[in-house]
Design a protein around this ligand. Structure first.
Ligand code: CP
Length: 337
């Protein structure tokens, strides 16, 4: 039996570097096979239950398209379609779905709740549970990020100067999961990482601690700055994106008062936009990445995001398909190992 069959995918931290490399190798293979029009129905008649507590374009469609291309099918579920809306527990949901299908995939980004919910599903499921993003991690996204970085800079990313920067946005307070997953995984590939963020928008200290350990074990480096310009200087890759200031509070209670305070903190940093001037501070061959959706005009100007020399966002988004297929094929037993 494959070593991957039945394995959960909630954070890349639970996968060894060899396992991540194998998933990437399979992602490249699947990308090539798709280009050639090959049939890859390795998961024929298998069902993935996709539970979305929040909206999604890339994750929903990469998973849905991906399982179809692997010969299976997906159920696109939201709490209002399920008995979750009447309080059914994660335990009962996981046990019942395990008796019927072949994988459970879930997005739950509610701060303080999402990762707990995913782990409760996993603890009670006899089929693989995949995170489609929670409040801590977005493992599917960061696999696609790593893949596009390898495509642009080569397989060995050791020493690559990458800046993960906070940026202003009005759309919504985005989860911490994308920058945190990037920090954790990029450190394992020995990258030279700068995190630029205002003091009111910290990442979770426990994640930072693990990322520092990852960097130490793999020859990487992590530095924190509170100035966006400083963060951009000399960077070969910039990833400016908004995230909420949840961890600024000792305990997030989701109260109106905390939300007001977070909003007033946000308004202090309207100037944190990725524009042409800032791109000029970076390396001459710098690449711009964003998990999308981007808040155009706030996080980034059109002149940057639409600049084909800089922006690799659509390659990054396309890789969501290939990496999602690889994770499903491995964990659902569609390939040997
Ligand atoms: N990057 C990402 O997860 O996009 P969606 O929210 O559209 O799925």
């Amino acid at each position: 039996m494959s070593a991957f069959k039945g394995k959960h995918f909630i954070t890349t931290q639970d996968w060894s570097k060899d396992e991540i490399d194998r998933a990437l190798e399979l992602s490249y293979d699947l990308k090539e096979r798709k280009k050639k029009g090959e049939i890859t129905n390795w998961l024929e008649n298998q069902t993935v239950f996709m539970m979305f507590f929040e909206q999604s374009t890339r994750t929903r469609n990469s998973m849905g398209c991906g399982i179809t291309q692997l010969g299976g099918n997906s159920h696109d579920l939201t709490p209002d379609k399920m008995q979750l809306s009447h309080g059914e527990t994660a335990k009962d949901t996981a046990i019942v779905l395990s008796r019927m299908g072949h994988a459970i995939a879930c997005r739950n980004c509610f701060y303080g709740l999402g990762n707990k919910y995913l782990n409760e599903l996993a603890a009670n499921s006899t089929i693989p549970v995949m995170s489609l993003q929670d409040d801590y991690y977005h493992p599917m996204q960061v696999m696609a990020d790593l893949m596009v970085m390898q495509e642009k800079f080569g397989k060995n990313l050791k020493g690559l100067k990458v800046t993960i920067s906070w940026a202003y946005a009005t759309s919504h307070a985005k989860p911490l999961s994308v920058p945190q997953s990037q920090l954790l995984l990029f450190a394992r590939y020995g990258m030279d990482i700068t995190v630029a963020a205002p003091k009111e928008f910290p990442l979770m200290p426990e994640i930072v601690k693990t990322a520092n350990k990852n960097a130490k074990e793999n020859g990487g480096a992590i530095k924190f700055v509170d100035d966006m310009d400083e963060g951009f200087k000399g960077a070969q890759v910039v990833i400016p994106k908004n995230w909420g200031g949840f961890r600024h509070f000792d305990k997030w209670e989701d109260s109106d008062q905390q939300k007001r305070e977070m909003k007033s903190n946000l308004e202090k940093y309207k100037s944190w936009i990725c524009d042409e001037r800032r791109m000029g501070l970076a390396d001459k061959d710098v690449k711009y990445m964003h998990a999308l959706p981007a808040d155009r005009g706030n996080e980034v100007t059109d002149a940057v995001i639409d600049n084909e020399k800089w922006s690799i966002i659509y390659d990054e988004a396309e890789n969501r398909l290939h990496t999602a297929k690889a994770i499903m094929a491995l964990t659902m037993g569609g390939v040997e190992s």
